[in-house]
Design a protein around this ligand. Structure first.
Ligand SMILES: *Cc1c(COP(=O)(O)O)cnc(C)c1O
Length: 432
C-alpha cells in the first residue's frame, strides 16, 4: 500500500503538473511536467487499498483486452502463429516495412478512397504512437507550430515538446457533436503553422465526423497551406448515424498523413503494428525530397516484429465481417449503457451520445457536490472509495470533465455506473 503522505504528495505533484501544463512554459519544462494518461492512471490506481473488498473496474485506460468479450479474431491469431512458426520472418524487415505488408495496407486503405495508394505511400510503424512521432518529427523545424484539438490525445503534446514544436489548441465544440471550431483554427494559425491534427473517430469524445465537416476541415487546411494529420486509429469503429469517412478522401484538397494501426479495430494493442500513409494524390506534400527524408528518418526505428508484419496481408484481407460486426454491436451496447447510466446521475452529464471509438467525455457538475474540489479530486476519491478508475478530464485538456472508456464488459460497466451513482449520492449536497 502507498503511504498516505506519499499519496498526498503525488496528488499535489499531479495538480501542479496539471496547472503547469496549462500555462505557457518553455518546451523543456513542459516535457518534464507533461501529464500522460498512463502516468495519471498509475497514480489513481495507487489510491486503491490492497485489502479492499471490491474488484477494481477500470474505465480509465483504453485497453479493451482486459475484458474477455474483446478478443481478437481467429484469423489474426492464426496468421501470426503461422508466420512465426514458418521461421521465415526472424530477420530484420526493411526499415519502411515488408513490401507485402505495405502493399496490403495500401490496398486496405484504398478500399475507402477515391484513388489508389501504392506501397511506396505506406510506412509500417510500431503502432499508431510511432506513426505520430514520425509525422511530427518530419514536420519539425525551428519555430514551427501544430494545431491540436482540445480535448485531445496527450501523446501529441508529449511528442511535440520533445521535437520542440509549439502546440496551439483549438476547441472541439461539445454542443456541436464535438466538431472542430473552424474559426478558432483560423485564429490560432499563422505562417509558422505546419499541420492540424484530426482524430476521427474521436478519442476522447466518441465523435464521428460527417463527410461535410471533414471537407470543411480540409478546405480550412488548404486555405492555411498546411497538411492534415489524420489519426484514424479508431477507423471503422463507428456505430451512430455517420459512417466512418477517411480524411484521405479529401487528400486532393489538402495533403493528409493518415495514421492507423491494428490496435483498436483488431483488439491487439500489444502487437504494436501501425502505419503512416501519405494520402496526397496530387503530390502537394509528397515531393521526392520529402519522401527520401521520411525513408531516412524511419531508419532510426526497427519497426514492429517481422513476423507480425508478415501476418498483416492475411489479417487485412481475410478477417471475417462477423468479427467486426460483433465488436461494433458490443461497443454500441456499452456506449448506450454508459450514456444512459451517466445521465441518470445528477452530478454528471453527457450531452453528446458517443457514436464511435471507445471513449466519451462527461461533464462534472461540481456545484452539486459538497466535498469534491475538481476532476482530479473526484477521480482519486472515487478510486479509494469505490475501486473505479476514471480518467480526469484535465489529462486530455478539459478540467472538471471526465473521460470514460466504455470498451468494457457490459456487466462490469453496469456495476461501475452503480458505484459511480452511490459515490455521487454520498458526496452530494444535502439539499439535493
Ligand atoms: C490508442 C491511440 C493511439 C495509439 O495507438 P497504438 O497503435 O496503440 O500506438 C493513437 N491515437 C489515439 C487517438 C489513440 O486512442
Amino acid at each position: 500500500m502507498v503511504q498516505p503522505h506519499l499519496q498526498q504528495k503525488n496528488y499535489q505533484n499531479m495538480k501542479e503538473a496539471a496547472i503547469l501544463s496549462n500555462q505557457e512554459l518553455s518546451n523543456d519544462n513542459k516535457t518534464q511536467n507533461m501529464i500522460t494518461i498512463k502516468g495519471i492512471i498509475g497514480l489513481i490506481m495507487s489510491q486503491i487499498d490492497e485489502d479492499n473488498q471490491k474488484d477494481v473496474i477500470s474505465l480509465g485506460m483504453g485497453d479493451p483486452t482486459a475484458f474477455s468479450c474483446f478478443t481478437t479474431s481467429y484469423v489474426a491469431e492464426e496468421a501470426v502463429a503461422r508466420t512465426l512458426s514458418s521461421a521465415k520472418f526472424n530477420g530484420y524487415a526493411p526499415t519502411q516495412g515488408l513490401p507485402q505488408t505495405r502493399m496490403a495496407i495500401a490496398d486496405y486503405l484504398s478500399r475507402d478512397l477515391p484513388y489508389k495508394l501504392t506501397k511506396d505511400d505506406v510506412f509500417v510503424t510500431s503502432g499508431c504512437t510511432n506513426a505520430i512521432d514520425i509525422a511530427l518529427s518530419m514536420l519539425a523545424r525551428p519555430g514551427a507550430n501544430i494545431l491540436v484539438p482540445r480535448p485531445g490525445f496527450p501523446i501529441y503534446e508529449l511528442c511535440a515538446s520533445f521535437r520542440q514544436i509549439e502546440v496551439r489548441h483549438f476547441n472541439l465544440l461539445p454542443t456541436k457533436a464535438w466538431e472542430v471550431d473552424l474559426d478558432a483554427v483560423q485564429n490560432v494559425a499563422d505562417d509558422k503553422t505546419v499541420a492540424i491534427v484530426v482524430i476521427n473517430p474521436g478519442n476522447p469524445c466518441g465523435n464521428v465526423y460527417s463527410y461535410n465537416h471533414l471537407l470543411q476541415i480540409a478546405e480550412t487546411a488548404k486555405k492555411l497551406g498546411i497538411i492534415v494529420i489524420a489519426d484514424e486509429v479508431y477507423g471503422h469503429l463507428a456505430f451512430g448515424k455517420n459512417p466512418f469517412v477517411p480524411m484521405g478522401t479529401f487528400g486532393s484538397v489538402a495533403p493528409v498523413l493518415t495514421l492507423g494501426s491494428l490496435s483498436k479495430r483488431w483488439l491487439v494493442p500489444g502487437w504494436r503494428l501501425g502505419w503512416l500513409a501519405v494520402t496526397d494524390p496530387t503530390s502537394m506534400f509528397k515531393q521526392p525530397k520529402v519522401m527520401e527524408r521520411l525513408k531516412k528518418y524511419v531508419e532510426i526505428y526497427g519497426g514492429p516484429p517481422t513476423f507480425v508484419q508478415a501476418a498483416v496481408p492475411q489479417i487485412l484481407e481475410e478477417t471475417d465481417e462477423i468479427f467486426f460486426k460483433k465488436n461494433i454491436n458490443i461497443l454500441k451496447q456499452t456506449s448506450d449503457l454508459c450514456f444512459e447510466g451517466i445521465n441518470k446521475i445528477p452530478c454528471l452529464s453527457c450531452s453528446q451520445k458517443p457514436e464511435g471509438s471507445m471513449a466519451v467525455m462527461v461533464k462534472l457538475n461540481l456545484s452539486s457536490l459538497s466535498d469534491i474540489t475538481d476532476d482530479i479530486d473526484f477521480c482519486f476519491k472515487l478510486a479509494k472509495e469505490e475501486s473505479v478508475i476514471i480518467l480526469p478530464g484535465v489529462a486530455v485538456g478539459m478540467k472538471d470533465w471526465l473521460r470514460i472508456t466504455f470498451a468494457v464488459e457490459p456487466a462490469a460497466l453496469d456495476e461501475a455506473i452503480r458505484r459511480l451513482k452511490s459515490f455521487c449520492q454520498r458526496h452530494a449536497h444535502q439539499s439535493d
